[in-house]
Design a binder for this molecule. Structure first.
Ligand code: TLP
Length: 342
């Protein structure tokens, strides 16, 4: 049976073109800066983001931590959304490893931080306080229904940042989904950011890797931070080759994943047994209606018998994520299975 794996877009396996590129990759020692495929990927990534330079890292988590360590010193403060991946799902790495204090501000439903909340969170010049250095944003916002942050918002928040001499880092794990959903060039979304991490290993299907982009000076420092984290790789061209294919072939098609997430949401909305959250990109949250006696865990276990994997997020809620390896048939099978189970 074909498995329909909707747990995350991180489950995506490489495409045939990626396997071929990896098998034939030209490699060298990247710590010496001599891996031509890594160099090519970094140049392509910088160009796509409209930044001067880029750094290939193992994961989104490493990209965000590397950025934080580069922007901030120990004892500095970073403003982060209370529902951000960086705050919730990265083990508090900024504090644990970098001595950076996360100052949380509530994430609004549209994934943004209220400008007035951010202003209030910025510390004044006073010996009692840590120094605020950085604002972290997430685009698309995973927990906030995969919503994209708009160029308009980015411009407004950047005004606040500039007023106070702060830097902006964007966790753009799914920034190409944001660009596809908004119909804008990705550069428009990050032109006011000082750094951005994007992931190759999610909807873009590469097996490993993320890229951190920023100014040449910033990336030079970030390369040191990556090294101390153990992220200096050697013949990394083997995996970077898949990243090159990801950038060449996989960004434009993300709209297909969004259309399938929408179709899934429409099908679910017709069922009296579930309640669906709004869908903006490839991430869809839904929950069980009050009359359903099964828990989300029990429903997920039943779905598994149908060859369908969906992650329960709590006792009553689920997250489903569409991606390259989910086709129309997979969506219809999921809807049919849920109708039968519920
Ligand atoms: N997200 C994963 C889980 O960790 C929740 C997922 O399945 O969605 N930023 C954002 C916005 C992310 O969603 C993720 C991964 C990361 C960073 C971390 O990327 P990796 O897993 O490469 O460290």
């Amino acid at each position: 049976m074909n498995i329909v794996d909707l747990r995350s877009d991180t489950v995506t396996k490489p495409t045939p073109a990626m396997w071929a590129a990896m098998a034939n990759a030209e490699v060298g020692d990247d710590v010496y800066g001599e891996d031509p495929t890594v160099n090519k990927l970094e140049a392509m990534a910088a160009e796509r983001m409209g930044k001067e330079a880029a750094l290939f890292v193992v994961s989104g988590t490493m990209g965000n931590l590397t950025a934080l360590l580069t922007h901030c010193q120990r004892g500095d403060e970073a403003i982060v959304g209370d529902k951000s991946h960086t705050f919730l799902y990265e083990q508090g790495g900024m504090a644990a490893l970098g001595g950076i204090i996360p100052h949380t501000v509530p994430n609004q439903m549209e994934g943004t931080l209220c400008l007035s909340d951010v202003r209030d969170a910025i510390r004044g010049d006073d010996d009692h306080f840590p120094r605020t250095r950085l604002i972290c944003l997430e685009n698309t916002h995973n927990v906030c229904n995969g919503v994209p942050l708009t160029p308009w918002y980015m411009e407004r928040i950047s005004e606040v940042a500039r007023e106070h001499g702060l830097k902006i880092h964007v966790d753009g794990a799914r920034i190409f989904n944001a660009a596809a959903a908004l119909g804008v060039d990705v550069r428009e979304l990050v032109k006011h950011a000082d750094s951005v991490t994007f992931c190759l290993s999610k909807g873009l299907c590469a097996p490993v890797g993320s890229v951190l982009c920023g100014s040449a000076d910033f990336i030079k420092e970030a390369r040191r931070a990556r090294k101390v984290l153990g992220g200096g790789m050697r013949q990394a061209g083997v995996i970077a080759a898949a990243g090159v294919v990801a950038l060449e072939q996989m960004t434009e098609r993300l709209v297909e994943d969004h259309a399938r997430a929408k179709r899934l949401a429409e099908g679910l909305a017709e069922m009296p047994t579930v309640m669906v959250e709004p869908v903006f990109t490839n991430i869809l949250y839904f929950s069980l209606a009050p009359q359903v006696t099964l828990t989300a865990g029990e429903v997920a276990a039943r779905l598994r018998e149908y060859g369908i994997l969906i992650g329960p997020r709590s006792a009553r809620t689920f997250r489903a994520v569409t991606h390259y390896w989910i086709d129309d048939e997979g969506i219809e099978r999921t809807l049919k299975a849920l109708r039968e189970i519920l």
